[in-house]
Design a protein around this ligand. Structure first.
Ligand SMILES: [Zn+2]
Length: 505
């Protein structure tokens, strides 16, 4: 068996309003070549200026990945020719990138369901400009330079991963993190987050083997499939007594295999030299302070806290923490239900606060079933304008917990809050949906049902002890009839007791 070594280079588009070295708009999907100027088109004599916001966002990611930020960081020119880069060089970082020697702790379950527990060292994070985009159509190639000069942060790991599953999980965790930080939208289809993966295999104890790079993987799944394919392919090459060729390959998603692209350049081929038109950047106290202040609680830490603080199952916490807005929504709803927040439902009639774990349990269940379903069904992308605010969800949960609202009607209330954008208390009051807990009207409804359902009652009377299952079915049927007769408002427990009492008489 061979040992495998996987490293990743992940490129993320920073969500700066303008490009990294000029004032052009930075946006996906605009009219081709509409966001260009002499600077990003590389006209002779133009001067780049550093976008401080790009530097700040880059440093936020570096900090979140436990990197150190050097006292002096600067830019280099990386020389190479490519039609999508009019300058024939790319401004990048080489000798002193903005983030150095960090790590990311991977903890969770991979695509194959296996537990992943690994610390991946981060070699560096560097800021650079993206190239334009080539569109090959028929016999011609078109060039769109809107992307040329867009802020790009490259995150480079050490070859610490061993399986495609680990690499996929790394990408997913990193994607979640940069979205939490608000520095990248993480849209892999649009190329806002792209990964190159390198992999080598060798006999255990022999260190790294010959490195193969797989370029431009635009989904975390392809990262996994491509790497696992490449590990198998390289093992077959070595098993056959041949040597692996150091090269760059592409993942062919239609044929599920990697194909050769080019032999790999070495760093010296790029002839890096310091960019003479940009000064060295020395982050001062104020800058570093603004970086620290912008870093929110990171998703992995939040997930752990949700498990510990709210006793959620890890899977539940993972699903809720997938998006920061969801996790914020969840916590706001729990706070409102436990009465620790100032949040009011408007009518503010929630009578007693729930315990934190009871509230969390109820809110999590609502969120992961009905609410996810509604958001998906109604095509809602965010929770900001969602009619079912955290306070309104808390109110429904409290009414249900107090026994004032049955599960079925709670569900309908929730739907109506969304449809009508009104407070749940008002909806429940107006429709007279409060659960009936007074035994007298329930007993009356039960008497009527027993009188009407003669066949069922007589079958029940004839059943002996061997027909427990049938007895339960018939009993549930009668209780269901009582609930229907009260418009679903009767407390099911009391309805059951009344039916039982009548049958025994
Ligand atoms: Zn420009």
């Amino acid at each position: 068996m061979y040992q495998s070594f996987i490293g990743l280079e992940v490129h993320i588009h920073l969500l700066t309003a303008t490009k990294v070295f000029c004032g052009c708009r930075s946006a996906f999907g605009d009219e081709p070549n509409s966001n260009v100027c002499p600077v990003c088109m590389g006209y002779p004599g133009v001067l780049p200026t550093l976008n401080l916001e790009a530097m700040r966002m880059g440093c936020m990611v570096a900090k979140a990945l436990n990197c150190s930020i050097p006292e002096r960081t600067w830019f280099e020119r990386k020389q190479y020719f490519y039609p999508d880069m009019t300058k024939n060089y790319q401004i990048s970082q080489f000798a002193s990138p903005l983030g150095q020697n960090g790590s990311l702790e991977l903890e969770g379950r991979g695509a194959n369901g296996e537990r992943i527990n690994k610390k991946v060292r981060i070699k560096e994070c560097h800021l650079e400009e993206d190239a334009g985009k080539m569109i090959h159509t028929g016999t011609v190639s078109l060039l769109d330079y809107n992307r040329a000069g867009v802020s790009l942060l490259e995150i480079v790991t050490e070859p610490d991963m061993e399986t495609g599953e680990e690499a996929e999980f790394f990408i997913q965790q990193l994607r979640r993190m940069v979205r939490y930080l608000g520095v990248c939208d993480g849209n892999m289809e649009e190329g806002s987050l792209r990964a190159d993966a390198n992999v080598s295999i060798n006999l255990p104890g022999r260190g790294l083997g010959k490195k193969v790079e797989i370029k431009n993987l635009n989904s975390s799944r392809f990262v996994r499939l491509g790497l696992n394919y490449e590990i198998r392919r390289q093992a077959e090459v070595l098993d056959a007594g041949k040597a692996v060729v150091q090269e760059t390959r592409l993942w062919n998603e239609n044929r599920d295999e990697t194909v050769p692209m080019r032999q790999k350049e070495n760093a010296q081929d790029y002839r890096y030299f310091p960019e003479p038109d940009l000064p060295v950047f020395c982050p001062d106290k104020a800058f570093l302070g603004s970086v620290e202040d912008a870093i929110v609680e990171l998703p992995a830490a939040r997930l752990k806290r949700f498990v510990a603080e709210y006793t959620l199952a890890e899977e539940q916490a993972d699903l809720i923490c997938e998006e920061k807005a969801q996790a914020d929504y969840f916590e706001a709803a729990v706070k409102a239900a436990t009465g620790t927040a100032a949040a009011k439902t408007g009518t503010g009639t929630a009578k007693k606060a729930l315990s934190k774990t009871d509230a969390a349990d109820r809110i999590a269940k609502w969120f992961l079933t009905d609410i996810k379903h509604i958001l998906h069904r109604d095509g809602l992308s965010g929770l900001d304008a969602f009619a079912l605010s955290p306070a309104r969800l808390a109110s429904i949960s409290v009414m249900q917990a107090e026994g004032r609202l049955s599960g079925k009607l709670a569900k309908q209330t929730l739907e109506l809050v969304v449809a009508e954008n009104r407070d749940p208390e008002a909806i429940v009051r107006e429709r007279n949906w409060e659960q009936i807990t007074d035994p007298a009207p329930i007993a009356e409804a039960a008497r009527q049902v027993i009188a009407e359902e003669k066949a069922t009652v007589s079958e029940l009377a004839k059943l002996d002890g061997n027909n427990e299952k049938r007895r339960k079915t018939l009993f549930a049927y009668l209780v269901g009839k009582v609930l229907s007769a009260t418009g679903g408002r009767a407390d099911p427990k009391i309805a059951g007791e009344q039916v039982k009492a009548l049958l025994e008489n």
